[in-house]
Write a protein that binds this ligand. Structure first.
Ligand code: DHE
Length: 502
């Protein structure tokens, strides 16, 4: 919804006509929601509800927004966005009816294929057309990006001075880690609505955008920086792009040999293998994808369970996946494609945020659990759980750095969500529990490139980034931010640092 009225595309106009010809939909309370939607919302959110200048208004895309919050947004608008408040235009009954309408599946088919992807692409500055000198002075390897989901912005932070350099608007609801080009100059963001934004950190400019799907999981950039792959829930596709200008190269329908299609749980780059690895949500398969002549070549690995979430060993020889039943994990050998071990991991492990380190000469990995106040520590040679740490509630993220003796784990869910545990990586014990701001969720840590300082989010609209000394564990400063979620350090990401996500 918006006061600026962008032009409506032909396909949307045809759909608009079809809806009008079909006659207005009346809600139970007699409100004509179709007409209200077309009059007030369609210009920005699309006549087909697939989104436009505003986000998509479909049940899956809205699943994380509770209905009362959605009503509040319609009533009051969203600060610092184009979304105006409608409380003087629509009455309570109309607002409630519109909200219900948005949470119902549309009757028209939702299509996002080659034509839609191609026509969504916009290249503002083709690769090679902007200066190669950064417009600011800072260590380019110690920059952080902070995603602020409170008002859909991103802050670029100088990791030496721990001061913001620049703040810019993002697409609605970024999710998952932004991915850097191997030299750290460009970063690619993915939004839940399927938008991929390529941003030039040297020039502080969006250089290209494309929409890969209607409901996207995440994106991955190949180790050589040449290709980008997007994993979608809707439609059931993987999409391959040229990373230079986000040109569409290949659209891969995701289905098994019998033609049953599947959502994609996620896709990651596997640098030593020169490939991408994707796991499927509705079919018990993981795929290894290589790019030949700008086309995707798929190698299928079958698993004995559906994989929701997964992780890799540092050499990318094994995929460690969480089974959908939430009770165990499986280890797939990526060379043979066979399942080589099963892990007893009750309480739904969040393997995607696992980290690894050396412990008594062996590599271990640690993972929090979504449904249990526990952290499992696993020996990566024997695939045995060697320790289970009891925490003050289920956690979401874990983080460390090769140069730090500590690993940090948040307590994201439950009454202790304002606490963070600090684990000694050698004794495998929780040595300290911090409560940076009582009553506000404290979550997600990222270290600087040296492992000497770290950033923690106070996950609140009136939130902050807290800077800690990684050795003394003392707070150094707070930088106010709007619900900061993930933080991403350039050096740690492009070097696949062992204590951070990839
Ligand atoms: Fe995430 C990363 C899946 C809910 C914040 N999340 C990821 C990744 C996956 C994933 C597969 C890795 C992608 C990548 O980085 O390339 N997330 C899921 C879910 O399945 C789940 C549980 C349900 C869903 O709705 O999708 C989920 N995630 C959330 C949230 O509720 C969080 C806390 C808030 C939000 O923004 O939606 C959230 N997820 C994050 C963040 C990362 C992430 C901040 C990146 C972490 C990192 O350090 O790399």
């Amino acid at each position: 919804m918006n006061l600026n009225q962008p032009s409506i595309k032909l396909s949307q106009a045809l759909l608009f006509a079809a809806i009008l010809l079909a006659g207005p939909a009346q809600a139970d309370d007699g409100v004509d929601t179709d007409s209200l939607y077309l009059q007030h919302c369609a210009a920005c959110h699309g006549t087909d509800r697939l989104g436009g200048m505003g986000p998509a208004l479909l049940p899956d895309n809205l699943s994380r927004l509770r209905k009362p919050e959605a009503e509040k947004v319609i009533r009051e608008g969203r600060p610092a966005t184009q979304m105006a408040g409608y409380q003087d235009i629509l009455n309570d009954q109309q607002i409630t009816a519109l909200t219900e309408f948005m949470y119902q599946a549309p009757t028209h088919p939702l299509v996002w294929g080659l034509a839609e992807i191609r026509s969504s692409r916009e290249v503002s500055y083709a690769k090679g057309t902007l200066p190669d000198e950064p417009v600011f002075d800072a260590d380019l390897m110690n920059l952080f990006l902070v995603v602020e989901i409170g008002d859909h912005h991103v802050t670029l932070l100088d990791g030496d001075k721990m001061e913001p350099i620049h703040r810019f608007p993002s697409r609605f609801a970024l999710h998952g880690g932004p991915k850097y080009s191997p030299d750290g100059r460009y970063v690619y963001f993915g939004s839940r609505d399927g938008w991929i934004t390529k941003y030039d950190l040297y020039n502080l400019k969006v250089v290209a955008e494309v929409r890969a799907g209607i409901n996207m999981r995440n994106i991955a950039v190949s180790a050589d920086g040449n290709h980008l792959m997007a994993a979608n829930y809707l439609p059931h596709t993987l999409v391959l792009f040229d990373a230079a200008n986000l040109e569409l190269l290949d659209l891969i329908p995701v289905a098994n040999g019998e033609g049953e299609s599947s959502r994609v749980s996620a896709v990651y780059a596997a640098p030593p293998r020169g490939s991408f690895i994707a796991a499927l949500k509705d079919i018990p398969e993981a795929w290894e994808i290589t790019v030949e002549d700008n086309r995707a070549v798929i190698r299928r690995m079958t698993s004995d369970t559906l994989l929701d979430d997964f992780f890799f060993d540092p050499g990318y020889q094994h995929l460690i996946g969480a089974a959908r039943d939430g009770k165990h994990g499986v280890v797939i050998n990526l060379d043979t494609g066979t399942t080589t071990a099963e892990l007893p991991l009750p309480g739904m492990p969040h393997l995607g945020s696992g980290i690894t380190w050396e412990h008594e000469g062996r590599r271990v990995m640690a993972t929090p659990h979504f449904r249990a106040g526990a952290i499992s520590i696993i020996d990566m040679d024997t695939w045995q759980v060697i320790k289970t740490l009891e925490t003050e509630g289920p956690g979401f993220f874990m983080r460390s750095h090769e140069n730090s003796r500590y690993a940090w784990a948040d307590v994201f869910f439950g009454p202790n969500a304002d606490k963070v545990h600090i684990i000694d990586k050698q004794t495998l014990e929780i040595v300290k529990t911090l409560q940076p701001e009582p009553g506000k969720v404290a979550a997600h840590v990222e270290f600087d490139r040296y492992g000497k300082k770290l950033l923690l989010s106070i996950w609140d609209d009136d939130g902050a980034i807290v800077v800690y000394d990684a050795d003394t564990l003392e707070e150094e400063k707070r930088i106010p931010m709007k619900k900061p979620s993930g933080k991403y350090n350039v050096w740690n990401k492009i070097n696949y640092e062992e204590g951070t996500s990839h």
